[in-house]
Write a protein that binds this ligand. Structure first.
Ligand SMILES: *Cc1c(COP(=O)(O)O)cnc(C)c1O
Length: 393
C-alpha cells in the first residue's frame, strides 16, 4: 500500500473514532450491570427490549438517584412509566446534570402542572376520525401504529397514550379501519407512521402496515417517525432494511436530542438506513438545560449530517402536563437559531417550530431579518448583524 493510500485509511479510521463515545463503554456497562449476559445478547434488540430498565430498583443499581428522582417513584401516581433500554442507559453518566439522564429519568418536577398545560396539548384526539389516525392537514395524516416505545422520554407529547406496554387493542382491526379511512379520502397523499414507536413492532407487523398503505393508489409517500436509531440502534438489521426498501418513496424522521447520542452504533444504523435509499430527517425538541444552546445544537446538527441525517424540525417543547421544567421560551429558541444562521451549513439548520395548541398546527418561527420596508427599499440584516439596503424588484 502506498503511503498516500495508507494515509487515507488512517484518516478514515480517525473519522470513525472521532464519534462521541458512550460515557461508559458498552462492554464495561453490560458486564457490570447485566453480568449474566454476553456481547451477543447486548447486540440483540430483543434482549435489549426484554432487559429494559423499568423499576426504581434496577435504576438505582446503575445511578445514584437524587431526592427529586427518588420522590417521584414514591408518589405512585399514574404518570408515564419508566423505560430505558440498557444501550441508552449506557450513555448516561452518574452526573445529575447528564443530558440523557434528564430526558429519561423522572423527577419530582414532572408532578408540577401549569395552567396552560394539558394531556393532549395539540388537540389530536379531536382530529381523530378513527382511533389511530390524526387528520389535521389537508393532504397528510398521522398514523398512530402502536402505543409502545422502547424508551419513554419524560417530555413526550403523547404521554397520554404511550407506555401502556401494549399495542392498540387488537392492532390489525384498528389498523384496518385506518387503511379504510385513508382509502376513502383521496386527498391523503402522505402518511406519517408514528406512535409510540413503529419500530417497536415486529418486522411482520411493520410490513403489514407498509404493504397495506402501498396498496392505496393515492398515497404518494410514506414516512416513519422513530427514535430507534438513537435508543436501540441494534433494531436496525439488514432484514429490517430489506423490508423498508420495498416501499419507496419511504422517508424517515429520526428523533435526536443531544450529540451524546451520535455513537458508533447509531452511526452504523443510520448508514444502513441511508444505504437502503431512505432519505433521513431528524426532529429535536428544544429542552431546557439539555440542548438549549447554539453550541450543543450546532454540534448535534453537524454530527447528524455526518451520518447522513438532514435536520428537519426543532420544536419548542409542547405544553404537555408536567413539562414546565423542560420548556424554553420561544425567544430563546429564536436566538439560538439566529446564532447558528450563517455559521454552519444551511443543510445543518432545521426549521424551528411551535406546534400550536388545539390542533392549530405547526408554526415556523424565526428572527425577522427584514428591519424595514420603505417603498422599493428593504432594510435587512445579514448573519453578522450588518445592516444593508436591498432594492426590491
Ligand atoms: C407534524 C404533523 C404532520 C406532518 O407535518 P409536516 O410539516 O408535513 O412534517 C402531519 N400530521 C400531524 C397531525 C402532525 O402533527
Amino acid at each position: 500500500m502506498s503511503d498516500k493510500i495508507s494515509g487515507f485509511f488512517s484518516e478514515v479510521n480517525e473519522v470513525l473514532e472521532d464519534k462521541e463515545p458512550p460515557s461508559r463503554s458498552s462492554q464495561e456497562f453490560y458486564k457490570k450491570f447485566f453480568p449474566n449476559s454476553t456481547l451477543n445478547d447486548w447486540l440483540d434488540w430483543k434482549w435489549q427490549t426484554k432487559n429494559r430498565i423499568t423499576t426504581k430498583e434496577k435504576l438505582e443499581e446503575i445511578l445514584t438517584l437524587t431526592d427529586s428522582e427518588k420522590q417521584v417513584f414514591d408518589l405512585h401516581k399514574k404518570n408515564l412509566p419508566l423505560a430505558i433500554t440498557p444501550y441508552y442507559a449506557s450513555l448516561i453518566s452518574n452526573d445529575v446534570n447528564d443530558p440523557i439522564r434528564k430526558c429519561v429519568v423522572p423527577r419530582i418536577d414532572e408532578t408540577v402542572i401549569a395552567p396552560e398545560e394539558s394531556e393532549d396539548p395539540l388537540g389530536e384526539d379531536h382530529q381523530s376520525p378513527v382511533s389511530c389516525i390524526v387528520h389535521r392537514y389537508p393532504d397528510r395524516v398521522l398514523f398512530l401504529s402502536t402505543k409502545r416505545c422502547q424508551v419513554n422520554c419524560r417530555y413526550c407529547t403523547r404521554s397520554r397514550i404511550v407506555g401502556e406496554h401494549q399495542c392498540f387493542k387488537s392492532d390489525t382491526t384498528e389498523w384496518n379501519k385506518a387503511f379504510e379511512y385513508i382509502q376513502s379520502h383521496k386527498e391523503i397523499r402522505d402518511v406519517l407512521v408514528s406512535g409510540g414507536d413503529p419500530l417497536t413492532l415486529s418486522d411482520n407487523k411493520l410490513e403489514y402496515i407498509l404493504s397495506n398503505l402501498r396498496k392505496i393508489e393515492h398515497v404518494e409517500m410514506i414516512r416513519i417517525g422513530t427514535k430507534i436509531p438513537a435508543v436501540l440502534p441494534q433494531r436496525v438489521t439488514p432484514e429490517l432494511c430489506n423490508i423498508l426498501k420495498k416501499y419507496h418513496p419511504l422517508f424517515m424522521s429520526l428523533h435526536f436530542t443531544h450529540p451524546v447520542e451520535l455513537t458508533t452504533e447509531t452511526s452504523k444504523a443510520c448508514t444502513m438506513l441511508a444505504d437502503a435509499g431512505i432519505p433521513l430527517g431528524s426532529q429535536t425538541v428544544l429542552l431546557k438545560g439539555i440542548n438549549d444552546n447554539a453550541e450543543t445544537l450546532g454540534k448535534l446538527f453537524k454530527g447528524l449530517l455526518k451520518i447522513r441525517v438532514r435536520p428537519y424540525y426543532t420544536y419548542i417543547a409542547d405544553l404537555i402536563v408536567g413539562s414546565g421544567h423542560f420548556r424554553t421560551n420561544v425567544e430563546t429558541g429564536i436566538n439560538i437559531f439566529k446564532e447558528l444562521q450563517g455559521k454552519i451549513s444551511g443543510y445543518a439548520i432545521p426549521k424551528l417550530i411551535v406546534d400550536a395548541p388545539k390542533g392549530m398546527g405547526k408554526i415556523p418561527v424565526q428572527y425577522n431579518y427584514i428591519k424595514e420596508i420603505n417603498g422599493k427599499s428593504l432594510t435587512m440584516e445579514n448573519y453578522e448583524g450588518k445592516i444593508m439596503e436591498y432594492r426590491n424588484g
